[in-house]
Design a binder for this molecule. Structure first.
Ligand code: KG4
Ligand code: ZN
Length: 344
């Protein structure tokens, strides 16, 4: 291992402790590890912030050791440390921030604050066939649904976003009201696979709004209303889930195509947990290739929260000369932080 060429990435914004190591010399990911707290939060039907931060405290140091070992590296091989500064749960963010700052101070190396969504939208660049700038990014996670124009690292222009629930949040809430466990997204996708869309009719909110805004909270209410009809039987849940999934996908596809038209760009990059949805992937591929464009997805392991994307974002900021390293041990977290304010 060449000395001091590794960027350590630390992700603790929500319910995954993620550690990544990106090799600046070889321009590749050296190793990454994720510990998901999903099992712990499932009992409560959602993320319990205090439990999340306590578990990050328990996991983070052993996970850093494990990731270094996987890369056959040691602490003195680190050139810099990037950590998720926000947005996210304040207590959870503080765990990553304090470990990153303390480690950097001890090793006398710079720390680079990273925006969580920047990590997500750069994550497709970890794939074997990465997209080139510029592209349109569709960020679909549990907390955000956004379309961004990405011209380069740190050059992000918000084109549109959800005015209420995020796509992942809609999956989670609808899953909950259909009696599925947490997180609802993968469970809904599984249920939908055994159902037929079109047997129920749900709206495609804001599909024809003429802008790039989204709204998903009404869909959840429409599902609730459908389950309250006297002729509704629980055996129909799969058909309802399939129609719900189709409605979300129709809107995401329609707006993604509109964003490509508006920007004149041919490439779409999809990032965030909902990007793991196979039906969404298939539909996006179909509609985008039909108009001569191309869609890029992160590898499945980089769709949900992970440290690799944070290490990558920090490394790209260093390479682009954009990193604003701090080295004074003073740190700030930004639980609420719009991505376009993280631009260069
Ligand atoms: O990006 P992510 O891991 O965390 C956030 O930063 O929010 O996204 C998690 C979200 C959850 O809402 C989860 O239900 C959703 O992604 N999700 C899915 C699928 N897998 C995860 N939604 C739909 N279909 C899936 N297969
Ligand atoms: Zn995320």
């Amino acid at each position: 291992m060449s000395s001091q060429s590794l960027v350590l990435g630390i992700e603790t914004s929500c319910d995954e402790t993620g550690i990544g190591l990106y090799d600046l010399a070889q321009h590749r990911l050296a190793a990454h590890r994720v510990f998901s707290q999903i099992g712990m939060h499932a009992a409560y039907g959602g993320v319990v912030p205090e439990l999340a931060s306590r578990d990050h405290v328990r996991r983070i140091v052993p996970l850093i050791r494990e990731t270094l070992a996987a890369a056959h590296a040691e602490l003195h091989d680190l050139a810099a440390i990037g950590y998720t500064t926000g947005p996210g749960l304040a207590g959870a963010l503080l765990v990553g921030a304090s470990v990153a700052e303390a480690l950097a101070l001890a090793l006398n190396i710079p720390v680079i604050p990273v925006h969580h969504l920047e990590g997500h939208l750069l994550s497709p660049l970890l794939a074997s066939e990465p997209p080139q700038f510029p592209f349109v990014a569709l960020l679909v996670s549990g907390g955000h649904t956004q379309l961004m124009r990405v011209s380069g690292v740190g050059e992000y222009v918000l084109l549109g976003e959800s005015v209420d629930d995020a796509a992942g949040e809609a999956f989670d809430k609808t899953g909950k009201l259909l009696g599925l466990g947490y997180p609802g997204g993968p469970a809904m996708a599984k249920l939908a696979a055994g159902g037929t869309p079109g047997r129920f009719r749900l709206p495609r909110p804001m599909l024809r709004s003429g802008d790039l805004q989204f709204s998903f909270s009404g869909l959840k209410t429409a599902v609730l209303t459908a389950t309250q009809q006297p002729d509704y039987a629980p055996e129909q849940a799969a058909d309802l889930a399939a129609e719900f999934q189709e409605a979300v996908i129709d809107v995401l596809c329609g707006k993604a195509v509109a964003a490509l038209e508006q920007t004149g760009l041919p490439q779409l990059v999809v990032a965030g947990g909902v990007g793991a949805n196979t039906r969404l992937r298939d539909q996006l591929r179909t509609v985008i290739s039909r108009r001569g464009g191309r869609v890029y997805f992160p590898e499945l392991e980089f769709c949900s929260d992970n440290g690799a994307m944070i290490a990558l974002a920090a490394a790209m900021r260093i390479e682009a000369g954009l990193a604003v390293p701090t080295q004074d041990g003073a740190f700030a977290i930004r639980p609420r932080w719009p991505l376009d304010q993280a631009s260069a």
